[in-house]
Write a protein that binds this ligand. Structure first.
Ligand SMILES: Nc1ncnc2c1ncn2[C@@H]1O[C@H](COP(=O)(O)OP(=O)(O)OP(=O)(O)O)[C@@H](O)[C@H]1O
Ligand SMILES: [Mg+2]
Length: 327
């Protein structure tokens, strides 16, 4: 059996805007090992959602995959028809979308909504759907499933709605869950509960998780492997321990520097917006990271990813820098 459940190779995704073409995801390669949580982290607009939407062939209408490969469980998804993709979505790969709370159907009881996938994929007999829904509700932490079953989304808090979405995502027992910033709008305690649920699911079913986030604190706690994304490129990747011990790309260092230190009394998590990133051009080609590290200056032409130590890859911007940074 292939060690990786998901293998994205040199994925390039563009958007057409009038006569212009804008590259949103640029030669991205990423792998998710079976049983692991892989984090994709990066600032707003770096291409995280577009990368993950490509996996399920759910790009916005003006977006298209130019080249690359996306293999799931050894199968090339880019050659799949719509019909074949529908069999995969929700069933073998579930996605918790970035703005998913808004997509809950306001007119449908949540107990019925969470078994939609099971109904669609015909996975269990109809008479068993309700008991399955109750079990799912219990699994995601509701201690009164029979009551919640009959509620509508507007009757639930944000955290509860997010748990409903996780129940939906788990319902068909997918091998891979893609969670796109599943906790952004939730308070810290609820965030942890939600991430714990996803983590528990992964452990119980030996499933895998692709976790999209902009929070390195979340990465530290939940991820086995990390990909850092900037301007459509992966700029660094390694196992979570290595990334924290030896971050090399200035952008990774900046992100790690933005994790609040509990002992410093700093209450608010600094976001990357708090750093002067105007030096990064839109396509990520130019990076003037003097702001962060004294050893770096101005780079222009990006190299491909370079393995700086075993299984630790960094994208440097010219030969000279490469040598400096490794040394
Ligand atoms: N519908 C669209 N039409 C045109 N360009 C788009 C569209 N959706 C996304 N893009 C572009 O694709 C790039 C990547 O966007 P993406 O949504 O993947 O970012 P992200 O990393 O998920 O950001 P965030 O953290 O804000 O969710 C951005 O430059 C964005 O402007
Ligand atoms: Mg996004």
């Amino acid at each position: 059996m292939n060690q990786h459940i998901l293998e994205i190779e040199k994925l390039k995704v563009s958007f057409k805007k009038k006569s212009e073409q804008h590259i949103a995801v640029n030669e991205v390669s990423l792998q998710v090992e079976r049983g692991q949580t892989v984090a994709l982290i990066g600032e707003s607009g770096s291409g995280k959602s577009i990368t993950s939407l490509s996996v399920l062939n759910l790009l916005p209408v003006n977006g298209f995959v130019e080249s690359g490969s996306i293999r799931f469980d050894g199968k090339e998804l880019l050659t799949y028809s719509d019909k074949e993709m529908r069999k995969i979505r929700g069933n073998e790969i579930s996605m918790i979308f970035q703005d998913a709370i808004a997509s809950l159907n306001p007119g449908m009881k949540v107990g019925i909504q969470i078994t939609e996938g099971l109904r669609y994929h015909n996975l269990i007999p109809k008479p068993d759907l309700k008991s399955e829904a109750l079990q799912l509700l219990e699994q995601v932490g509701f201690n009164n499933p029979a009551h919640v079953y009959h509620q509508y989304p507007e009757q639930l808090s944000g955290g509860m709605k997010q748990r409903i979405l996780i129940a939906m995502a788990m319902s068909c027992k997918p091998k891979l869950i893609i969670a796109d910033e599943p906790t952004t709008s939730l308070d810290v305690t609820i965030q942890r509960q939600v991430l714990d649920l996803i983590d528990q699911y992964k452990t119980d079913l030996s499933a895998s998780v692709l976790l999209i986030t902009h929070d390195f604190g979340v990465v530290a706690e939940y991820a086995d492997w990390v990909y850092v994304m900037l301007g459509g490129h992966i700029v660094e990747s390694a196992d979570v321990y290595t990334i924290f011990k030896n971050p090399m790309h200035p952008y990774t260092k900046a992100l790690i520097g933005s994790i609040p230190n509990p002992s410093s009394g700093q209450e608010r998590l600094k976001s990357i917006q708090d750093y002067p990133l105007e030096s990064v051009s839109n396509d990520g080609r130019r990076f003037a990271p003097d702001t962060y590290t004294k050893e770096s200056s101005f780079f222009d032409t990006p190299s491909s990813l370079i393995e700086v130590e075993p299984l630790h890859y960094v994208r440097f911007y010219d030969e000279e820098r490469k040598v400096t940074a490794i040394g």
